[in-house]
Design a protein around this ligand. Structure first.
Ligand code: DGL
Length: 269
């Protein structure tokens, strides 16, 4: 595998761009290829079988296009499909759950951690399992917040309605005496302000994008796959629907002009 090959990153839609942004900051000379499955988003309320099928199709596509490693930026896909992908593919694949878990374990002082995510991620119990595997005395309170995804997509980051919904969803979190809350969904970092307003100011929020970028760097170094070129890496974006809309949102998200988003249809929609 050539070191100049791109890192493949995927998400069910646009949320994984938080990971793209963090990786571009930490590893500026790496080229990135991103796939956002905009035709089939959301994954968060779909069956494990379908999430595995979609994730496999995307991983195969990224592999065909020369990805040297794959970063699963979607929490739901990581929760349901990472193990299968790691078993089947020959290149290193990492997911967004582990870095979030490690950051939370470093931050907590009272060993009480909260997790919020999509219905599929929370029902999979992946965060709870990983946290308890690392430290069996950790107490975990998890709750799904499904409406946070459409609210973030709609750009309703500070609306009164968003705050009301957050208050309702985060009731169990507020009662659980946690000191650390994992934002276990790509979209939730966009709602950090409202989430922090609703939970106690003493609760530290964990956004895994930054931790994911450092883990990606470590992986590339370990496998001697890092790109030492002296120029900024390329960024190529693919989506399964509405490329023009994605260009606008991605430009806003990444703070740079994005104009080459390509539409690719994978399997059934
Ligand atoms: N990307 C998904 C996640 O991180 C959120 C959006 C969806 O439900 O597909 O879980």
């Amino acid at each position: 595998m050539n070191n100049q090959n791109p890192i493949g990153i995927f998400d069910s839609g646009l949320g994984g761009l938080t990971v793209v942004k963090a990786i571009r900051n930490v590893l500026p000379s790496e080229s990135i290829m991103y796939f956002g499955d905009t035709a089939r988003v959301p994954y968060g309320n779909k069956s494990p079988e379908l999430i595995k099928e979609y994730s496999q199709q995307i991983a195969d596509f990224l592999l065909e296009r020369g990805a040297k490693i794959i970063v699963v930026a979607c929490n739901t896909a990581t929760a349901l499909a990472l193990g299968t992908l790691q078993d089947k593919l020959d290149i290193p694949i990492i997911g967004v759950v582990r870095p979030g878990v490690e950051s939370a374990l470093k931050l907590t002082q009272n060993n009480r951690i909260g997790v919020i995510g999509t219905i599929s991620t929370i029902s999979s119990g992946v965060y709870e399992t990983e946290l308890k595997n690392s430290n069996h005395s950790i107490n975990v309170t998890s709750t799904p917040c499904p409406l946070f995804v459409p609210l973030a997509e709609e750009g309703w980051l500070n609306e009164p309605a968003t705050k009301l919904i957050a208050e309702k969803y985060l009731e169990p979190i507020n009662k659980a005496n946690i000191d650390t809350l994992i934002l276990g969904c790509t979209h939730y970092p966009l709602l950090t302000k409202v989430i922090q307003e609703v939970v106690s100011s003493k609760i530290k929020l964990v956004d895994s994008a930054q931790a994911m970028a450092f883990e990606t760097k470590e992986l590339l170094v370990n496998y001697r796959l890092h790109n030492n070129q002296n120029k900024k890496g390329d960024l190529k974006l693919f989506v399964s629907d509405l490329p023009a809309k994605f260009e606008t949102v991605a430009s806003r998200f990444l703070g740079e002009k994005i104009s080459n988003v390509e539409k690719i249809q994978l399997g059934r929609v």
